[in-house]
Write a protein that binds this ligand. Structure first.
Ligand SMILES: [Zn+2]
Length: 106
């Protein structure tokens, strides 16, 4: 029996399509349901969003949203842009998670 070396984590049930087995990086991005909701929320926005808007939409606390965003930035799934005093987050649609592992974001 051959062992896969790349996909090591089973795709969570809340992610409806994409590779059956995710690499550790992608699993880190979508392994938490709220974190995946955040991906979909940012995926639906072309303009990008600030933390306040995401907090409202997802009914999560600001520290929770910030925590998830930091993890998403670690795996390069999300970019942050400073616009004056505001910090705008955008989904990095060309990230490995979406291009190679085919994780849907809408
Ligand atoms: Zn991957």
């Amino acid at each position: 029996m051959q062992q896969k070396t790349v996909g090591t984590h089973k795709r969570p049930k809340w992610v409806k399509s994409g590779e059956e087995e995710l690499c550790p990086e992608c699993f880190k991005a979508v392994g938490d349901k709220n974190r995946y909701k955040l991906i979909c929320l940012l995926g639906s926005s072309t303009e990008g969003m600030n933390v306040g808007a995401m907090t409202k939409k997802l009914k999560l606390t600001q520290p929770t949203v910030t925590h998830h965003l930091n993890i998403l930035r670690e795996v390069n799934a999300v970019n942050r842009e400073e616009r004056g005093r505001e910090r705008i987050y955008r989904l990095n649609r060309s990230a490995h998670c979406f291009e190679d592992c085919q994780i849907p974001y809408n």
